[in-house]
Design a protein around this ligand. Sequence first.
Ligand code: PPS
Length: 411
Amino acid sequence: MPGALNNGSTAEKPAVRAGPDFALVGAQRAGTSSLYQLIMKNTYFAPVTFRHKETYYFSGTGSRWDADNWCDHEVEPYLQMTAAARRLRNTTNLLVGDFSPTHLHCICCAASFRMINPHMKVLALLRDPVSRAISRFTELKRPHTERWSAHIELKNYTFVSYVEAELPPLRTCVATARRFQGRAVGPPGGVGVAPRGWGAGWDMGQWMEAQCYARNNVLGWSVYAPLLENYAAHFGWRQMKVLYTPDLLASPLATLRAVEDFLGAPRAKLPAAVTAAGDPLGGFFHTRECYHNTCLKKRHEVRPLTAAMGTDVAGGAITPEDAAAADDLVPGAATAAGAGAAGAVAAAAGGGGSSSSSSSSTPFGRAVAALRAFYAPHVQQLLDLADQGVIAQPPAAWRAAYGLAQRQPAG
Ligand SMILES: Nc1ncnc2c1ncn2[C@@H]1O[C@H](COP(=O)(O)OS(=O)(=O)O)[C@@H](OP(=O)(O)O)[C@H]1O
């Protein structure tokens, strides 16, 4: 019974529930498959597709060949799919979610979802930007992606040569977009007023900047803040919850409980042993080791990201410091690779500033450092949003990794 749901929305409820109750919109390669499996431990939740995670309905898959979003996709089949998911369970007393991690970086998708269900809640799972970019690049080098055009596009690139080729145009794209920002003059609607309306009331330049990120699936999709603001403009921050991959890794049960509470669902009854162990999932889905749902890996089976990538894909030697700076999921990755914890922190912290790029001893280390410098202001934006109280605080380690100082209390 829908009335049993405490979804916290202040807006008036529609008579007919159309579309999903919530959407996990991204980020791609942030652990969304594991989060999906975790959420499915609660039978109160169901995916729009009923049987599998993703629809990509409004967004495409994020590959260049279908990077153009599908926001004007016919709405009715989507509504039918959602209604069927409810019917198949033979109950309306459940919450249906869309779990396509491509929707966050689809600029018009927020508006599409809002049209369908203004009460929809939005979940986002964010991962260290550099690790996410490496994860996506590495995925696109894997044999299972061989038929994807994105795989073919990356064929002749290593991670190093890809960053060298793609980061400068991305920077140029952003710089060009910024030249068009803040040009609104005169009264609203007057002549010379920059068009406002996309996303978070963006002006044209801000829209252009978001497009720079949205159209670069490997590097651009690790920029999160403007895309979150886009969703917030349509749904309000109260209808949004931002989670972080390290928290999912450290406390899966606490993550599940936080999601259940946010969505207003009863908490799943789990066996006492599972609750005591704190991990209802027992592993990782869609890992660097195996993409398929059939081969969930235990944490100890997951190799460090750089080890799984190998020097061929990386584009040269990877020092223990590089490994420590690049990997965010395997505890002790640095130790496993031969470096101490102090080296890990120093390497990660050193990667944050632009000057660090010249101090890295390998091309791979310099690529990671250049990316850290590029993402640092965007991580700062997340920290600012957290300081405003609208999203949860990003993991403390991100400040060090991106060279961002702790803000001193005023006075
Ligand atoms: N429980 C848990 N905690 C933290 N991180 C996890 C978890 N499960 C999976 N992973 C890592 O997430 C990466 C896959 O992300 P996604 O499932 O979002 O990928 S996808 O967008 O659906 O393709 C993938 O990252 P890489 O292995 O670095 O590529 C997974 O290893």
